[in-house]
Design a binder for this molecule. Structure first.
Ligand SMILES: Cc1cc2nc3c(=O)[nH]c(=O)nc-3n(C[C@H](O)[C@H](O)[C@H](O)COP(=O)(O)OP(=O)(O)OC[C@H]3O[C@@H](n4cnc5c(N)ncnc54)[C@H](O)[C@@H]3O)c2cc1C
Length: 399
């Protein structure tokens, strides 16, 4: 890229071109960025967990996200605001933002070689300064109403299956959220390692939150929550996140498609419909590869016996004693066209993706299909401890 080529480019174009140049060396760039950051401010090391290497490409992915949205100011500012609020749990301070920007631009310059020029440096400077202003502004406002994180005591720990725990916690301060949202959790066994978990109950006067956690092989936080946690242990919670919430003014029936611990936020949504008393018709397709994977099915069936507007349809990949045979997305397609419902999908990424595809094919507009982010993709806006995930952090394995 020469000075001449870039003379008339917008900031977004300049940054996009620059990202194409550095993308093949994203890992090196990220390492260099953190090396510079820790050299300039050694105390920042304390914010980061040890397993940084697994998160190497997140920095550049996050930048792509920010730049990709540069022309879409509304969405970008919502995203950055949520990140700024979420970063409070890492003890990120306003003064850290400027330092991060300097190290980021220095790392980009180093890995751009001859393609680096004044116009590109200025474009990055403006984009980053704007992003940092939105993040720190949102964090400062949030500090006037919320703590940086919520301490919560485990008050119940049940094991409906060998690899699953239902963990109920009592936050020390009121925890604002909506049914269908998730929060991030840090356990005492893995300090500074945060993972997202959906909240399985609607907000209630008791102030309790329940999580359904499946231990994944070699997983840090999930194994701690399933195998180590006991009543009396204390965990930390980040702010509630996620857009998978009900619009109570929508007249449509509700379609839930869930699998594994993905049934957790759907249970919360059903509870909220029951509280509100709207009697909206709810069809719940619960998929698993085998019948034994349908944990919690009995409770859902009991609910459906009590509430005439709620139907559960278990679907299993193999032949089964109860329910319908076939992957849940295939089963959905057999139920025919759907034009008018609000669909909430939660579970393993492939199940969510397949179900969304089937529903679109059956005529349901994308705006009626709600789910948390599922594809591998972008992460944080350049800093914040690796291992963390947030509303727009798509680098995860799902439920
Ligand atoms: C919005 C959102 C909501 C979520 N809600 C829930 C929830 O309610 N309940 C729940 O149990 N989980 C949920 N998850 C997944 C959860 O955040 C963690 O990713 C999961 O618990 C693994 O974390 P870990 O620290 O144990 O594993 P890590 O230490 O992150 O991973 C260890 C190894 O396990 C692999 N791995 C990670 N996740 C899986 C997986 N699901 N299956 C197989 N291998 C995996 C990794 O690739 C890695 O090799 C949710 C994720 C998102 C993004």
């Amino acid at each position: 890229m020469s000075e001449h080529d870039s003379e008339f480019d917008t900031d977004a174009e300049l940054i996009r071109k620059n990202l194409e140049v550095v993308a093949p060396r994203a890992g090196d760039l990220t390492s260099h960025f953190y090396a510079l950051l820790f050299l300039r401010e050694p105390a920042l090391r304390d914010l980061f967990p040890p397993a940084m290497d697994t998160q190497r490409d997140r920095l550049v992915q996050a930048l792509v996200r920010i730049v990709g949205d540069l022309e879409n100011a509304g969405e970008l500012s919502g995203y950055l605001g949520r990140l700024g609020r979420d970063h409070r749990k890492y003890d990120v301070l306003t003064e850290h933002y400027a330092l991060v920007g300097e190290c980021l631009i220095a790392a980009l310059a180093r890995y751009s070689g001859d393609a680096w020029n004044r116009a590109t440096a200025d474009a990055w400077g403006r984009a980053y300064t704007n992003a940092a202003r939105i993040m720190s502004g949102a964090a400062e406002f949030d500090a006037t109403v919320n703590p940086p994180h919520w301490m919560a005591e485990i008050v119940a720990h049940e094991r409906p299956a060998d690899d699953i725990a239902v963990v109920t916690v009592r936050p020390e301060h009121p925890f604002p959220y909506r049914a269908g949202q998730y929060t991030t959790v840090e356990t005492p066994w893995w300090p500074r390692v945060w993972r997202p978990y959906s909240i399985a109950n609607a907000p209630g006067d008791h102030g309790l939150l329940t999580f359904h956690v499946r231990a994944v092989p070699a997983g840090w936080v999930s194994n701690a929550l399933v195998h180590k946690a006991h009543p009396g242990d204390r965990i930390k919670l980040g702010p509630a996140q996620g857009e998978m919430v009900l619009d109570h003014f929508a007249p449509h029936p509700v379609l839930c498609v869930g699998g594994g611990t993905g049934i957790a936020p759907l249970k919360a949504i059903i509870e909220e419909i029951a509280y509100v008393g709207s009697q909206r018709v709810v069809d719940f397709f619960y998929g698993a590869s085998t019948h034994s994977g349908l944990y919690g099915l009995d409770e859902l069936l009991r609910l459906s016996q009590r509430m005439s507007w709620f139907k559960v349809r278990p679907a299993v990949d193999d032949m089964t004693l109860a329910g319908i045979s076939g992957a849940v997305a295939e089963v959905l397609s057999e139920y025919g066209p759907r034009y008018d419902c609000d669909a909430y999908l939660s579970g393993p990424p492939e199940m969510v993706r397949d179900s969304a595809r089937v529903l679109r094919r059956l005529g349901l507009p994308s705006s009626h299909i709600h789910h948390d982010p599922v594809a591998a993709g972008f992460g944080q806006p350049g800093f914040g401890p690796p291992g963390a995930a947030d509303a727009d952090d798509l680098t995860f394995a799902g439920h």
